[in-house]
Design a protein around this ligand. Structure first.
Ligand code: ZN
Length: 192
């Protein structure tokens, strides 16, 4: 008897194999966090911390939501990772973040001591992983150095941030044109 359904035609169907341990995969997860920030009208930066191949924390920038200028994605992800490990030393950990860390986050990274930092798009103006300055490389006053891998999914990460600021600018312009004074959608209850 013929059993056509048994034919192993699905073995090589040309589907791309997703490497669940690759930098691109984990950066994709950080990008998912960044999109949550975008949806919440926060500057879209996301981060994940990976320990021995497993994601132990995820976070997105929540400066506006928490009204806390220190609530960058990296800071929140580092704190959550320390909680997950029950240790402030993030040994055997890699931090993935969609944008080059700022000096505050780079300082925090050095204190938490992950082995590696992988970031998406560079920040030549304010980046502290080589863009403006480099706090993650060996510095005399700091006692830890991280391996740094820049530019992973960099274009996607940059595109998200650029779209966010373009939209924010356009929103402001429209508000100005329609005489809105910061109200939601500039809606007026009465037409004068
Ligand atoms: Zn930062």
């Amino acid at each position: 008897m013929n059993h056509p359904s048994v034919t192993p035609s699905a073995v090589d169907d040309g589907k791309p194999i997703i490497d669940l341990q690759s930098d691109a995969y984990f950066m994709g997860q950080a990008l998912r966090e960044a999109r949550k920030a975008y949806a919440a009208e926060e500057v879209p930066v996301g981060a994940v911390v990976v320990h021995e191949g497993k994601i132990i924390s995820r976070a997105w920038n929540q400066v506006e939501l928490l009204k806390d200028a220190t609530a960058h994605a990296e800071m929140l992800a580092l704190t959550a990772a320390q909680e997950a490990l029950g240790d402030w030393r993030l040994e055997k950990c890699t931090l993935y973040v969609t944008k080059e860390p700022c000096p505050m986050c780079a300082g925090a990274i050095v204190h938490c001591r992950p082995d590696r930092v992988v970031f998406g798009c560079p920040d030549p103006k304010a980046g502290a992983a080589g863009g403006w300055i480099n706090l993650l490389d060996a510095n005399p006053p700091l006692n830890h150095r991280c391996d740094v891998s820049p530019g992973v999914l960099g274009e996607e990460c940059l595109f998200l941030i650029q779209s966010f600021f373009r939209e924010a600018r356009e929103r402001k312009k429209t508000e100005r044109i329609h005489g809105g004074d910061g109200g939601v959608g500039g809606t007026k209850t009465e037409d004068a």
